[in-house]
Design a protein around this ligand. Sequence first.
Ligand code: ZN
Length: 206
Amino acid sequence: MKQSQAKAMIDDESLIDAGPLLDKEPLIDNEHWLNVAQRCPSPNFNHRPEDEISLLVIHNISLPPKQYGGPFVQDFFCNRLDIKADPYFAEIAHLQVSSHLFIRRDGTIIQFVPFNQRAWHAGLSHYSGRDNCNDFSIGIEMEGCDDESYTDFQYASLQQVTVLLIQAYPDISTDRITGHEFISPKRKTDPGRAFKWQRLFTGLKC
Ligand SMILES: [Zn+2]
């Protein structure tokens, strides 16, 4: 996609109420950070073995499950989850995981890992004849759960970010966007039936 086309999509009037993203023109900088995202650097990343970025993987997470707005996802992805804060946390606190982005219910975006690095979001996974999707994908976590509608703010932020990512990393095309449930079908169910794929793709207009 040409830069002008991407910009036109970002300027779409339907996104006027998109929330925090529109405070300044969003872009991905030379260090592979999204300028409108809050930065919460995670130690859970390493190098991509082939420097390839050709897939977008959508997830969901909420901590504790189905509770929104707290600091616990950031804490989890930065290996500082307080196991005394909730009984569930003892089950997961030992895991070392991350994503590139986390989109909160209000549309706010938090970035943990620069896009050119390999975040640890997919685990055992398979896409189009290849294993280990972390090697070549960008992971986006939507704050939510499989069976509760995502917010308008979240779809607006996700659409804008997806346009930017396709522009910055053209090997990600609209037909190379998938969900964790599809690349790890026996282990994972996110982003779940609540996620409206058509709403994402309609918003992309490409
Ligand atoms: Zn997932």
